[in-house]
Each structure stands twice: as C-alpha cells, then as structure tokens.
Ligand binder design. Sequence first.
Ligand SMILES: *Cc1c(COP(=O)(O)O)cnc(C)c1O
Ligand SMILES: [Zn+2]
Length: 411
Amino acid sequence: MPPESLRCKECRTEYPLDARYVCERCFGPLEVAYAPHTSSDPEELRRKIQAGPTSLWRYADFLPTAPPAHGAVPTGWTPLVRADRLADELGLREVWIKNEAANPTHSFKDRVVSVALARARELGYTTVACASTGNLANAVAAHAAAAGLESYVFVPVDLEEQKVVATGVYGTNLIAVRGNYDDVNRLCTEVSADRDWAFVNINMRPYYSEGSKTLAFETAEQLAFQLPDRVVCPIASGSLFTRIARGFEEWLEAGLIQGSLPRFNGAQAEGCSPVASAFAAGHEICRPVKPDTIAKSLAIGNPADGPYALALARRTGGSIDAVGDEEIREGIRLLARTTGIFTETAGGVTVAVLASLARRGEIDPDERVVAYITGDGLKTLDAARGTFEVTEIDPTVEAFELATEPVAAVA
Ligand SMILES: *Cc1c(COP(=O)(O)O)cnc(C)c1O
Ligand SMILES: [Zn+2]
C-alpha cells in the first residue's frame, strides 16, 4: 500500500510527500494518503506481518516510509497485558492494558518519532527538532543520537526533572522556554519557517501521526486479529486518539479484521480539558485553555486534532471525560497495585477515566476493553510521592518486630 501524496483532511487538495503540514488553500491539516489495498489477499498480508520484525516496522506496509537500514532505536511490539485483578475491582470481565512504558524511552512517543525520523532521513534532513510536553523530547533526543542527527528539543521550563535529565543525557540541544507548551509550539512554528530542520510534530506532523496507527495494529494482532469493544486513551493534541481509530479502519478496509470500530473514550485532566469540555457542551470545536495540571504530558491547551477527537467519540458512541489531580494519583495507584505497572500521570488519567466509566455503569460488564498506558511512572515521581507509607527502623530484629506488630500487641 504505497503512500501516494499528502492530502488535506478538509478540502482533499493533494501535495507531494515532503515536509509540509498545512493546506495552502484552506489551512486544513495534511495527512498521508495511500493507494488502495485492493489486490492483496488478507491471509497473505497476515502471514507477512507475522513473519516481520518484533518492532513497529512489521507494519511497514501501512506506513509512509521503509524501515531505516541502520541507526534506528527498536520501537514497539510492547506487551498487551490482560488485567484481571483490575477488571475485578471495576466489576468488568475483560480489561487489557497496552503498556507503552515498555518502549525504549518509556512512552508511546518512540513510535511517532521512529516514523517521522525515518521520513526526515529519506528527505535528507540532518537536523531534527520538536516542541514537546516531555516524552517527545526524550524520544527525539534518543532517536536522533542513534541516527547521528543533530537535534534541538524545545520544552516548557517547568518540565518534570526526570524528563529533563532523560533528554539532556543524549547530547541534544535542550531549549527550556519560559512559557507553557502552547508558547513552545508557537515559537517552534516560527522557528521552523526559516530553518531547514525537520520538526517532527510541526512540518513532519503528517508522518509523525502515522506512527500512532501502529498501536491499533499491534492491539488487533495481539488480540488474534480481533477488535476490542472499547478503548480508553488519553488526549493531548488528539493525534494518538484519532490515529488509533484510523489504524483500525485501515485494517478493516484491508480485510485483516472484521466488525466495526470500538467505542472511543478519551481521557483528559480537569486542569487541561478543552476537548472534554467541548464534548460535554455539545460543541464541535474546542475553546483553548491555560493548562494547570499534574498531567504535564497532556497539557496542550489548544489541541490541533480536537474537532476530530470530538467527532470520533460521538460517532462511535464513546465520550471524552476529565478527572482531577487526586483521581489521577488514585489511578496511578490503582493500576500499580492491581497490575504491577507503574505509569506516569497520563496513565493515571486513563485509568481514572476507565474507573469512572465503570462506576457510572457506562461499560457493559461483558465488553472487551483496552486501556492505553502511554508512559512510565519513573518520569513523574512527584505524582506518586507521599501516596504510601514507609516504615523506618533501626537495624535490629526487635525494632522490626516492634514496628510491624499490630498496635494492640505493642501496647
Ligand atoms: C504525547 C502523549 C500523549 C498524547 O498525545 P496526543 O498529542 O494526543 O497524540 C499521551 N500520553 C503521553 C504519556 C504522551 O506523552
Ligand atoms: Zn485544504
């Protein structure tokens, strides 16, 4: 299924497959358009995929670039874990966790960067860059290092220390901008206009977003080429949320899976919930907000794919919900103590929304639900700090027994 062109999502105008992201006629976003998958036999395609590498490049037939010959960080093929203890606690039957913390820089951003950098290298770029809420910074810095590319990574100045360290260590040019993500993004859009750089989430955005589709392909393959009934997924710009749907649609069209799209439930933090607010108000576009939440990786106040995320939730019978900072901490703890998976704040948002949907009775107990855990808890330690107790003792057996004996016996 070779890529044919970049096509405007709104007016369908076509452009060559180079570094551009916005339609010159209507300012709509551009996306990669493929030749139809008509001739291939699904059985043959399935066998080809199953014989492929254990990385996202097993889905190269559905991506806009060939796998890079060298210098790529192996990405994808992360575990899809059946979470029975979590399901029990929520009164559900079948819950699966797609654990994206298992990627090389511990978030799903390794996927989008893999594809954007592969295309940047094909187009001959030697410098790559990004505007990041944190995880993208880690991924761009690491993948650029492996490929031998120069990189510039722009982040908001108040980013979590773990994400700053896990970016700078790769030898990138790390630029901390005194402002929030939306300021960083605006600055990068201006910088990109007069530099010959590949900004993975600006002028390379059509390729970047294609990387997220591989999460849908993997989910379906790991479920033995079946679809879930419902997915729960965090929303920052809305790219991941909408691209998972696109991935399922492409596989339905190719005959690799049968049925119809799952219900799509989006998850946001109350401190930055422009898409959830628009959903609740019945609006088709989002009103930009100033973020104030512990879920910094989701803190995009002006989400580029907001309208498409709204339309997707509505047409699949899903919803877009928001949860507060305390619920996010509880979500992190709930996932950790029922599955052994420690997620960052974005995963806390997702689990808290899943729990809230279950408690409200919105999920039929017999549904098969997949929740996307997009990043690692070691990157947002503050969110989990102080949510449990530590018993400190002197190094003697007496002290240990005294500290762990029931209070009544001690007295
Ligand atoms: C970037 C990110 C998301 C979602 O990003 P979109 O802009 O909506 O594609 C979700 N979770 C984590 C941990 C992220 O870093
Ligand atoms: Zn257009």
